[in-house]
Design a protein around this ligand. Structure first.
Ligand code: TMP
Length: 202
């Protein structure tokens, strides 16, 4: 089973991924956790190029291709081999991030971004995607983060959120929106319930 997590910046994705990891360990379920961009040696090198705040001249298509390159490496080196071995794979961000950020917020359009991501779209789609549904207005930090994407405008991040919302509607139920609760353990339980209902975990 291939599970992905999505959401805007600062929605508590990392916290929830850690809580899910603990739950899977406690219940003896073998899983591997990875992140995008990155998750492989080559992917982590690509991540540095993408997120380096000095790379202000990066063209939007270059950005999209770099995310896709990191993704293809992760799919071939980590995700597909683990799925073949029957492991649960949990990935922090995946193709839906490219749809929200590059297709909608950058304005490249869904068709082009899907073409750039042909390998992922054709060979390796998640069974279920948890979208932590908190808008930038609800979760924005007082000061912007340090990386090139975090330094984007509020308007950009609002478009990311709208992109995700549009994507949910076309996902045939694959993407499940969960409104994070104040209490992280309540959110954790909501996520586990969805993943169990879908048969993604026990
Ligand atoms: P992270 O901060 O969750 O590790 O993600 C890195 C940044 O990259 C985050 O701002 C979201 C962005 N991103 C994209 O724009 N497109 C993508 O395809 C992915 C995977 C991430």
């Amino acid at each position: 089973m291939f599970i992905t997590f999505e959401g805007c910046e600062g929605v508590g994705k990392s916290t929830q991924l850690n809580l899910l990891k603990e739950y899977l360990e406690e219940t003896g379920q073998e899983a591997i956790f990875c992140r995008e961009p990155g998750g492989t040696s080559i992917g982590e090198q690509i991540r540095k190029v993408i997120l380096n705040p000095e790379n202000t001249e990066m063209a939007d298509v270059t950005e999209s291709i770099l995310y896709a390159a990191s993704r293809v490496q992760l799919i071939s080196q980590v995700i597909l081999p683990a799925l073949k071995e029957g492991k649960i794979v949990v990935c922090d961000r995946y193709l839906d991030s490219s749809i929200a950020y590059q297709a909608y917020a950058r304005g490249l359009g869904v068709d082009l971004v899907k073409k750039i991501n042909y390998f992922a779209v054709e060979n390796c789609m998640p069974d279920v995607t948890i979208f932590l549904d908190r808008s930038p207005a609800e979760s924005f930090r007082a000061t912007p983060g340090d990386d090139r994407m975090e330094q984007e405008t509020r308007e950009f991040h609002n478009k990311v959120y709208e992109g995700y919302k549009a994507e949910i509607g076309t996902s045939n139920g694959r993407i499940v929106a969960i409104k994070p609760d104040f209490d992280r353990n309540i959110t954790k339980q909501m996520i586990i319930d969805v993943l169990r209902e879908r048969g993604a975990i026990k």
